[in-house]
Design a protein around this ligand. Structure first.
Ligand SMILES: [Zn+2]
Length: 117
């Protein structure tokens, strides 16, 4: 692996911060189900009128989609964090070439290089 230790530490720190941000957001949107990285979207009661019920469903649907996206990101971050430990970080999952460092800086949890994106 050709990523400098210093850069790797910097990316590792970014991943940890990003993980924290996503977990906060997931805790706001839902409740942990007990299995790691899995959340259940909360259904907020706004009111009892037809309009209010429609808003509730709409909000829930939006949150559900957002929650799924965040869970997916969280999974990628966990994988990337694991790779920084066993030194397989920064390798494209599709073509096995090294991912451009600038791409990793912009998106430390990247699973693939720009070409395979
Ligand atoms: Zn690739």
């Amino acid at each position: 692996m050709s990523i400098e230790k210093k850069v790797l530490n910097e990316l590792n720190e970014k991943l940890i911060n990003e993980k924290k941000r996503i977990e906060d957001e997931l805790n706001r949107l839902g409740k942990p189900t007990g299995s790691p990285g899995d959340y259940k979207t909360k259904f907020n009661e706004i009111g009892r009128s037809v309009d209010e019920n429609a808003s509730e469903v709409e909000e829930y649907t939006d949150n559900l989609a957002l929650e799924n996206t965040l869970e997916k990101q969280l999974k990628e971050i966990d994988e990337a964090l694991k790779e920084t430990e066993d030194e397989t970080y920064g390798i494209c999952k599709n073509c096995n070439k090294e991912i451009d460092i600038e791409r990793l800086r912009a998106y430390p949890a990247a699973r693939t290089c720009i070409k395979c994106k």
